[in-house]
Design a protein around this ligand. Sequence first.
Ligand code: CO
Length: 485
Amino acid sequence: MLSFFYFCDIIWYVGKNSNYIKGDDFLKINITETVLRDAQQSLIATRLSYPQFEGALKLLNDAGYYSLECWGGATFDSCLRFLGEDPWERLRNIRKNAPDAKLQMLLRGQNLLGYKHYPDDVVRAFVRKSVENGINVIRIFDALNDLRNIEVAVDEALKAGAEVSGTLCYTTSPIHTLDAFVELGKKIEGMGCHTLCIKDMAGIMTPKAAFDLVSALKKNVKLPVVVHTHSTTGLGAMTLLKAVEAGADTIDCAISCLSGGTSQPPTESMYYTLTEMGYDTGLDPAKLKEINDFFKPVQAEALASGLLNPIVMNTDTNALNYQVPGGMLSNLVSQLKAQNALDRLPEVLSEVPRVREDLGYPPLVTPSSQMVGVQAAQNVLLGERYKNVSKEIKAYLHGEYGKAPGKVNEELQKKVLGDEEPVTCRFADTLAPGLDAARAEIGELAKSEEDVLSYVAFPQVAEKFFKAREEKARNTVKYSITEVK
Ligand code: CO
């Protein structure tokens, strides 16, 4: 009898831990599709226009994804600056054409979608309006993992009824230990977030590191774990697989023709791999094929125009040393190209980790990735380190982005700040409310509260956009009057 129960126990244990049994909750894996946000941001500088992807929304809606990452990050800026689109209208249109999908956005905490800290009233209004216009899931991070910088956005997102994914930015450094990440994870759980996201923006998380980190988080934190990585170093798909084996609940993938390189691992490949192993992704492979067929001409067009540079589709193992995220690598390439100095790229890439150490090991994610990248390029091109210091680096050393993860180079800090003392409180506490002032400033050009928020986020760009919009409206009226005559 005893041995019979023992036998049952073994069967139960094997069943629970086998990857080959379907239908068990343990084997459910959620897939988030990034083609509308991170994939196109990483590969084609966020230039995917709404008309280019509108025809895919029904398919994306029906394919069985956990969520569609489609807004936030650089999409907002790019809409206004390059595409002549109102980002809020884009979001409402996505909502309308993908009515059942969970729409997801990426938010840089107190930085919203820009590169500086905004006052709390602006952050709250932005989050509220994002949800009102159709966002369901908000992934909120701070580039320095200074959680004071996400608390207001998290609080407002929770109040607005969104699913909140509190995020830790993954990086490697002497101070970013497994224990330190677990502590961060616990704090994020304590903030009331619904999921915990590991954001490996540089594609440097190795399969083993992912396995260890996800295992440690699953052991110590009750939240579902989401894993985001990039294929830059060629590790992406392996990293996701090991993360899933360690118990990750959701992974980010990109439809194959806009996957790989600085983008995410391919959705279809992950689907086939995981399905064969007995995981239930909920995805419909026929729909995935249709989605990929839809985006193939987009990829071909971008390659033909040069918008998609084949360099960013390659595997670059240098990033394992340099920790350069997808977007940053393509920015550096175009920055150096513009200055006819593309041949200095290797030098700039080796200067990046030195600048990073001076700044107390910030994870390289927007905006710190840009700050470090630009500074590293200047240090190399000017032939002297810190001859020019960008105003962003000054602000960083002044504490305007939050607390550096490690110790900053005090000599550099003194040189840059002079007699000024760095700020140690939450920087947003030093800012006066901003919404009323912005509303008064932009006046009649803003037609809605959403417009005011666009203006707060990107003042000159939004104003230019509003003026062009009025001009277009006037011309349309003129033409229709002529037609009537
Ligand atoms: Co990313």
